[in-house]
Design a protein around this ligand. Structure first.
Ligand code: ATP
Length: 309
């Protein structure tokens, strides 16, 4: 059995390392890095690193989208994207003087027939997977209820859904009766959602807001401070040791991979929370976004503490 990852707005992530970035003139780049990007694809890679069987899906065109499919294939990740007539996007990160300037294309508009085609593909793929990770924003053209529709279909087949999105896409899901099994907001996303500042002091009461009724796992990632979670009616604090960090971008996606992996392996709540944090930490220790080296997995795992609050 495998895990399905959903990335509706994937990208070719381009990085341009420059010694200095000059505005209003030509900047030449010798070393260009290009990878398949998008939060769900980071989740896919980390799942693969964990040894899971992964199937990646979303929307892709036949140029950059085809490149993404090839890139995933070269990493041993199967995919089944729905073809679109719009153009799959590029996202550019200019790395200069220790800073990062990003130019992120919005991405293509999805047509109604394409959205319907995706739903048909999704239904067909569900039979082959036991859990689903849905990540990132909704592309233009899709209804706000699109994620809720996917969750409703998955719930009908009793598949676990881990949802990692923010803003209006998350709000639309939370206002809908079809609940994902897991959400993974950070404090900033919770603050946006609840319209009041959420801190470690008021997190317990914040997670009891009626908006979250029916969601079994709420895992709030706290960067270098670890995580706080509500699972059923219990609260947990995950404490992590200080580590040397190389690049923490994508650590939240690695955490999602750890959560969906742990739950699909029927791990205990404590071990799932620990494993998810270890994935986030291992991602932060790698230069490549959405990648972990499992060599240090157990050593880190043994240093984590999960306390019931
Ligand atoms: P992103 O959007 O960049 O993926 P996020 O806000 O969703 O990030 P974070 O809370 O930053 O997610 O990170 C997820 C997990 O990764 C944390 O709960 C923690 O376990 C680990 N992590 C992230 N940053 C660090 C760090 N600087 N040191 C140690 N662990 C980290």
């Amino acid at each position: 059995m495998s895990i399905l990852t959903v990335t509706l707005n994937p990208a070719i992530d381009i990085s341009y390392p420059l010694e200095a970035f000059h505005l209003n003139t030509v900047n030449r780049v010798a070393q260009v890095g290009k990878t398949a990007g998008g939060k769900g694809l980071n989740v896919s890679r980390v799942l693969k690193d964990l040894g899971a069987d992964v199937l990646a899906t979303g929307f892709a065109d036949d140029i950059l989208g085809a490149e993404i499919v090839e890139n995933l294939k070269s990493e041993g990740i199967d995919s089944r994207f729905t073809k679109i007539s719009g153009k799959t996007r590029n996202c550019i990160a200019i790395l200069h003087e220790g800073q990062q300037t990003e130019i992120l294309e919005k991405g293509p508009r999805i047509l109604r027939e394409e959205a319907e085609g995706f739903i048909d593909n999704f239904k067909a793929m569900l039979a082959k997977v036991e859990a689903i990770a849905i990540s990132g924003s909704l592309p233009d053209g899709l209804q706000e209820t699109f994620y809720s529709d996917l969750i409703a279909i998955a719930n009908k087949q009793e598949k676990t859904v881990v949802l990692d999105c923010s803003g209006s896409a998350l709000e639309a899901v939370l206002k809908n009766p079809h609940n994902p099994s897991v959400i993974k907001p950070n404090l900033e996303e919770l603050t946006d959602l609840l319209g009041k500042e959420v801190t470690l002091e008021n997190i317990k009461e914040s997670l009891q807001d009626r908006l979250f009724d029916g969601i079994e796992w709420i895992v709030v990632s706290l960067g270098k401070e670890g995580a706080f979670a509500k699972v059923s009616d219990e609260f947990y604090r995950v404490k992590i040791p200080k580590i040397d960090v190389v690049n923490p971008v994508g650590s939240g996606d690695a955490t999602v991979a750890g959560l969906v992996y742990g739950i699909s392996q029927n791990e205990t709540v404590e071990n799932t929370l620990k494993g998810a944090n270890v994935c986030g930490m291992l991602n932060a220790q790698e230069a490549k976004t959405g990648h972990i080296n499992r060599t240090n997995y157990q050593a880190l795992f043994d240093q984590l503490k999960v306390e019931k609050i």
